[in-house]
Design a protein around this ligand. Structure first.
Ligand code: ADP
Ligand code: ZN
Length: 619
């Protein structure tokens, strides 16, 4: 069976190898076991059920909450030559009958259903009369009330355990929080599931954060490196969305606005153009993006700071799902911090909730200000450590973030850090930032007197530094993992194990020279270096454009988005390898049998025409 799966990977998808985790999961499912898959966006979850769907006799049912996306998903599968269909309220009655007939003839590999449709008694009965091979439950975190996307309809899915005791069930999600994970397994009543938990890292995304100076110019400069590529620019307000979109258009970018204040029709049109055309930039509020799984988004830019690292990770996660190099870029400034703080304070939330939000905002700010690898800090926040446990060894560096590429100017901050850490210890690791800093500054407050903190050895030892500087240092220590702000205990600051070597003077602390100077650090980054697939020189560029044009035409004829015809990576391989026969095309990443038959000839014509006009590049 597994051999068949490998063969399908090659002949249907045109891929050489399974990604980590895919093989384990597919093997488990083929053996009839339940499984729980947690992979970041773009990790390759869909293959985990699509390939069993192809290999196993009978139909595999895919449960998905996003009816709007089923059509595109099924269209993409059909392009691969896979028998797939979806049933929902938008499907006309006659077509529904045809799908049911195909089910009865065992002519369907994959059937997409929304949970409410699946749980209707007649659907359940229908599936019991045919050969049902597998249930794949996508976006499985929707079953969890703790998670951020609870859907009532998902709760009923546990019933599948009773109605289909023999059929393996596969739950998939990109939400990693352990509590959600446990809830998924128990509420869906998975039986001793095989688990695959992939890390959070998105190695192909390059992170960079800079101080806001003249944001519009900074954005234009950044987009100059991404001309003709698809991307998302997030702005905080509707008005800003409109002005930034206009600015980009004036500068020759194919940019469209998207926000909740627009008419539904033009919003839908802009979304469709973003999905269907090549190289459209959408300028949007965070209303945009949920459920968008366009694989070739090359950049996500934030003109304003989001409210937490969770939100930031989710929003930037929309870049580079196809695994090719992508950029997450952000500018932030003091105004953002003031605005977000105000939003927290003025919200209706209770004190507890506000404290959590403040902690999260501080974590994000600290992350903006880090002086060590940004990816390492991001992963650390999500509980994934890349560093040596005792914190003394050289820190791990990703080589693909702004800090690794252009290290900021730093100065030694060991003594200040030690003062701050001692002050946290002396006050009993029970107080939040405000009080600890008051003690450092030697302020005479009611709280200081109440706890007799004016008698501590650390009282007033930081009076030569400003409160702002202390707060910045504290955020850096939180982002660096030496201090933790306990959100459940009123934001009380606590030292972690990695703070000890620092207190003993065994590990230095470096601070940003002057946070404001960061933006001046505009050494040009070797942008496409990591890609290995850059388009070089006018000849390659001409071929690349011709191939993209061909792709767009074919996509429009087939009424699918261009990436469904071929991904960028595949076109770039065409540029690099210049296949001159259909057979040679099969060796290219992403070219399977069905697509070769459908599109091979058209692309071959383009390649041959190019070779004829530029014979000197034949080698
Ligand atoms: P997810 O659902 O986890 O966000 P997808 O299943 O959409 O991710 O996969 C992301 C991209 O990676 C898709 O373009 C897919 O075709 C590609 N992909 C998946 N598995 C492999 C593989 N084994 N080799 C190469 N590309 C793959
Ligand atoms: Zn890095």
């Amino acid at each position: 069976m597994l051999d068949k799966a490998r063969q399908a990977l090659r002949s249907v998808y045109g891929y050489d190898e399974f990604r980590p985790g895919q093989e384990t999961i597919i093997r488990a499912v083929l053996e009839g076991r339940d499984a729980l898959v947690l992979m970041p966006t773009g990790g390759g979850k869909s293959l985990c059920y699509q390939i069993p769907g192809l290999v196993l006799p009978g139909v595999s049912v895919v449960v998905s909450p996003l009816i709007a996306l089923m059509q595109d998903q099924v269209a993409a599968l059909k392009q691969l030559g896979i028998q797939a269909a979806f049933l929902n309220s938008t499907v006309p009655w006659r077509a529904q009958l045809e799908i049911k007939a195909a089910l009865a003839r065992a002519d369907l590999d994959l059937l997409y259903l929304a949970p409410e449709r699946l749980l209707q008694e007649d659907t359940l009965r229908l599936l019991q009369t045919v050969d049902t091979a597998l249930f794949a439950i996508d976006e499985a975190h929707c079953v969890s009330e703790w998670g951020h996307d609870f859907r009532q309809d998902y709760l009923g899915l546990g019933v599948l355990a009773d109605r289909f005791p023999e059929v393996p069930r596969l739950a998939l999600t990109a939400t990693a929080d352990p509590r959600t994970r446990t809830e998924i397994a128990s509420r869906l009543r998975l039986r001793n599931p095989v688990r695959h938990v992939a890390g959070f890292d998105r190695p192909n995304i390059r992170y960079s954060v800079r101080i806001k100076r003249s944001a519009n110019e900074q954005l234009l400069r950044f987009l100059g490196e991404h001309r003709g590529e698809a991307g998302i620019v997030y702005c905080q307000s509707r008005r800003k969305v409109e002005t930034v979109a206009e600015l980009l258009r004036q500068n020759g970018h194919d940019a469209l606005p998207y926000h909740a204040g627009m008419e539904a029709a033009s919003r839908a049109e802009h979304q469709a153009r973003f999905l269907r055309e090549d190289g459209v930039t959408i300028v949007a509020t965070i209303a945009f993006g949920m459920g968008i799984d366009k694989p070739d988004v090359r950049f996500v830019a934030h003109m304003d700071m989001p409210k937490s690292l969770e939100a930031y990770y989710q929003e930037t996660g929309r870049a580079g799902r196809d695994g090719a190099p992508a950029e997450a870029w952000m500018v932030y400034g003091l105004q953002d911090v003031v605005r977000l703080r105000q939003m927290v304070e003025e919200s209706e939330a209770d004190d507890e909730r506000k404290r959590i939000e403040r902690t999260k905002l501080d974590a994000l700010l600290g992350w903006c200000e880090v002086t060590t690898c940004r990816r390492a800090a991001l992963l650390r926040y999500f509980g994934e450590s890349r560093d040596d446990a005792n914190g003394t060894a050289a820190a791990w560096q990703c080589g693909n973030c702004d800090i690794c590429i252009t290290p900021p100017k730093t100065r030694d901050g060991t003594v200040e850090a030690q003062k701050l850490l001692s002050c946290i210890v002396r006050t009993g690791q029970r107080f939040g930032a405000g009080h600890v800093i008051d003690v450092l500054l030697g302020k005479d407050t009611a709280k200081v007197r109440q706890h007799r903190h004016q008698g501590l050895s650390t009282f007033g030892i930081g009076a030569d530094t400003t409160e702002t500087a202390w707060r910045s240092l504290l955020r850096q220590l939180v982002a660096g993992g030496q201090v933790r702000a306990d959100a459940e205990r009123y934001g009380a600051l606590k030292l972690t194990a990695t703070a000890r070597p620092l207190l003993r003077g065994e590990a230095p602390v470096t601070l940003r020279e002057e946070t404001r100077e960061q933006g001046a650090n505009r050494k040009k980054t070797p942008r496409k270096a990591a890609a290995g697939v850059a388009i070089n020189g006018p000849d390659e560029e001409r071929l690349w454009d011709a191939l993209r044009e061909c792709r767009l035409r074919l996509a429009q004829e087939a009424n699918v988005p261009p990436y469904v015809v071929f991904h960028d990576a595949t076109l770039k391989e065409f540029v690099r390898l210049r296949p001159s026969t259909l057979n040679a095309m099969l060796d290219v990443h992403g070219v399977g049998q069905a697509k070769l038959e459908r599109y091979g000839a058209a692309f071959l014509t383009v390649l041959q025409a190019h070779a004829a006009t530029a014979p000197q590049t034949a080698a």
